[in-house]
Design a protein around this ligand. Structure first.
Ligand code: IMP
Length: 202
């Protein structure tokens, strides 16, 4: 870690998200690591809120309480909440994406979309960073469509069935991590955060 890099603790149990953020923010001088309490990512309660921002706000408060009084207290804390929103399903699974993924999986979504011609969808990420007594929020959106079948083993979650409009017909599961970060909801939200934190890109 360079002396001019900034350490950020990412409060998430999802190691895919942590490594996407860590790889992406390296170039802006951030050193992102997973927040661990007693060697484990803390179980932050996810409020059943419709707005991703509300979820982020609540998780930041919970994470701050957990580091309060420890030597981690001085580090910025990052929290992110994201989801897949499918037009034909009125935005489902949206804030419930993680739960739906474990319950019905990608096959379940493909079944719900069988014979549907409007396959438009988007990923959205809300990101919050608590730093030096202030909160910074950013959002990123990635528009695309739901594929007819799963393809690719990269990424995580719904990536094998999500085809971003910005690339030529491949699912996110078929993109390299760098390709995905350039166009993804998370990459866009992270880029915005790096600007708001005013660190020059290297
Ligand atoms: P969270 O941990 O509540 O924010 O859940 C986010 C869920 O949305 C994940 O578990 C995935 O199901 C889905 N998701 C969010 N971002 C992505 C992504 O970049 N690729 C694939 N699925 C994603």
């Amino acid at each position: 870690m360079g002396s001019d890099s900034v350490n950020i603790l990412f409060a998430s149990g999802n190691t895919h998200k942590v490594s996407e953020a860590s790889n992406f923010l390296k170039q802006f001088g951030f050193n992102v690591s997973q927040l661990l309490i007693g060697g484990k990512p803390p179980d932050l309660i996810e409020p059943q809120a419709e707005l991703l921002e509300e979820i982020v706000q609540s998780k930041i408060s919970q994470a701050r309480e957990l580091v309060s009084g420890t030597k981690m207290e001085e580090y910025p804390i990052m929290v992110e909440d994201s989801g897949l929103f499918i037009d034909h399903l009125a935005g489902f699974p949206g804030p419930y994406s993680s739960f739906v993924e474990t319950k019905i999986g990608l096959d379940g979504i493909l079944r719900l979309m069988e014979g549907v011609s409007n396959r438009e969808a988007h990923y959205r990420a809300s990101l919050g960073v608590y730093i030096s007594g202030s909160m910074i929020f950013s959002e990123g959106t990635c528009r695309g469509k739901i594929s007819n079948k799963a393809a690719g083993n990269n990424g995580f979650g719904y990536d094998p069935i999500f085809i971003p409009h910005e690339l030529n017909g491949r699912t996110c599961g078929q993109l390299t991590p760098d390709e995905k970060s350039l166009i993804s909801h998370r990459g866009k939200a992270l880029k915005e955060v790096s600007k708001l934190l005013n660190l020059p890109s290297k």
